[in-house]
Structure formats: structure tokens, C-alpha cells
Write a protein that binds this ligand. Sequence first.
Ligand code: ADP
Ligand code: MG
Length: 375
Amino acid sequence: MYIKPGAMLGLLGGGQLGRMFVMAAQQMGYRVTVLDPATESPAGSVAERHLQADYLDEQALDELKSTCAAVTIEFENVPARALRYLAEHCIVSPGAESVSIAQNRILEKQFLAENNFPIGPFTVIRDEQDISRIDTSLIPGILKASQFGYDGKGQISVDDAGSLPEAFSKLGNKPCVLEKRLPLDREISVILARDNLNQIALFPVPENRHEQGILDMSIVPAALPDEIIGKARTIAQQIAIRLNYIGVLCVEFFVLADGKVLVNEIAPRPHNSGHYSLNACITSQFEQQVRVLCGLPHGSTQLIQAAVMTNILGDLWKNGDPDWSLILGNPQAKLHLYGKHEAKPGRKMGHFTVLADTVEQAMQQSTQIRSALRR
Ligand code: ADP
Ligand code: MG
């Protein structure tokens, strides 16, 4: 039994990840209803239907429940309650339990620690008293709000213990985790899909380079020893199994100079570092999300060519529209724009992917385009 093309699928969230899910679903003949509170959104503007309502709006949830064969999410801050409610009447993946863990850094860290997954030193800070008790070996560290952080937002670098109270108050005196700042050698991510027959499909592992906490480039395949890649893949699969996870999942990793592989965080959805798969793999992470949701077998995740994906942030609009010919004029480059009307610094407006026979060639062309765009 599988959900046949022509059926209506539901999506909670209207961002760019949702837009790319909608496009993948539509390519296969499915229709999509997006639930998102904003009047206009990247996913809402391409979907067959857009329900503009809060995620907990009962009428909207009832509408989804009765018109959609299955529902998925495109961002993790959907209230778990909404997922539980929908799951009473239709297929929902990923499930409320795994989403509620991944959307809260405290629960996520506790889950990882309890299950002996390797993570860096951290502590939970809920109030001023917790601050006075911290282990100073965590400093210099990074204070991260437990909820609603993304792209480095909701995080403050803390160089000495004396500045913790101020950082805590800047983050709204809300529950946080304090992580020791680690000497990162590299960052990689494992994107996988797990279906309801417990079959796991792993995507090729990218190396991710960040600028000011925001993903800048993903380089595929990551040039790291097989042993390190293998460790990360094993951990990511075990996480998916432990979470009883069904859907597309991304686990971000830190790789330290001594070869240690530590889990950074879990995203219960396709991930920015998997956008390369749209052009470089036989099946993209978004098609895989549609396949899992609809009960179809996994598509091949085989890499067709080496690829470098570069994010296009709103900063590029400082002197008007960027010169798109720099990307469109390159026969090896693929431009993706998310249909956002307002460009703000740090806002993800789109990305481009350069494909080549070798990573070095893809990297060389990408950096050339990237610096020309920034001029
Ligand atoms: P986000 O939800 O914004 O992706 P992350 O926790 O993944 O938040 O942090 C964003 C980036 O900041 C990471 O990819 C990494 O480059 C850097 N970073 C985060 N935590 C640490 C840490 N403990 N040590 C060193 N760098 C870190
Ligand atoms: Mg991250």
C-alpha cells in the first residue's frame, strides 16, 4: 500500500525547505497543502493550497486531517501537539516524539548523552543559580537558547565566566545550554532517510563550512578519511533508530583534530547541507522525503558528480540585485532562488551548486563565482 500520485499531502511550515519539498512532490504528481501563519511564504506560493493559520489552529488542522493523505514538516519548531493531533487521523512523519526532542537543545543533549552518543562538554542553564555553579572548564564557551535558534541566532559566545549573566539575560533568561567552544577541524553532516520498514538510505557526506554561524558552503564528497565518515554514518543511523525516526533526518557533526567525531545537533527534516542532492544525486533529499511519506521505496542516493553548494544570503543585495549571469552563465552551475521578496543580511535567499568531475574543480569554480558575486 502506498499513497498514489494525485493525492494531497500536507506540509507544516512555509520556508524554503518546504518549497523544495512541494516542488519534488509536484514533479511526481502529488498535490500539497501548506499550513503556515504568514500571508506569503516560499512554500505557500508554489503549493496547490495555502492555509494561513497558526500551527495549533484547530480548524486548519482539521482541514489538513480530512483532506491530506499524509503530513510532514519542513521546520522543527512545529508544536508537537499539532503533530500528535494530526496523527490521530492521518500518516504523520516524522513523529511528534522525535520532533519534540530535536526542537529543544536541552532534550536533544540529554537524549544524546543518555544513549552514549559522543558529544562535547555542556551544561544546562535555567537560572542565575545554575550560572554561579558552572564548571569553568566550559569557558570559553557558547551559550545557546534551548529553543527557536537557527543560523547561529540565539547563541552568544562567552569568553569569560563574568559575562555569562549578561549573555543569559540577552537570550531572554530562558533555558539554555552552555557548550564548551571546541577546536573544530572540520564540520560534516549525515543526511539519511528511514522508512516505515526500517530501511535506511544514506546520502553522500558533505563537509560544511560556516561563516558567522551560518552555513556558507557544502562540499561533496567530504575529503576526510573513510574511518571518520564511517563513524559519523554509524552514529547517525543509530540516532535514527533510537528515535524511532521515520523521514529525512540530518545529524551535524564536529570533527576534532585528533579524529574525534562529536554530534553537534539533529534536524528532523531535510537540511541546508543536503541541497547539493537536488542536482548531484540520483534522488534529492526532498524527493526522498516525499517517498518516505508516501510509503514508496527509497530512491538511489548515488552521487552523479562532485558538487559544491554555496548559500546566497541577503547580504548580496546591498547594491541591488546580484549579477545572476555569474551563475546562470556557467554551464556547470545551478541557481536556486526561494522567492523571498525581502533581502536581509543573514537571510537565506537561495543557493547555487557547481557540479564537476572533481571536488577541486567544483570548489575552484564556486569560489570564483562566490567572490565575483560579493564584489
Ligand atoms: P544552528 O542551530 O544555528 O545551526 P549550531 O549549534 O549548529 O546552531 O551552531 C552553528 C555553528 O556554530 C556550528 O555549525 C559551528 O560552526 C559553530 N559552533 C556551534 N557550537 C560550537 C562549539 N561548541 N564549538 C565550536 N563551534 C561551534
Ligand atoms: Mg547547526
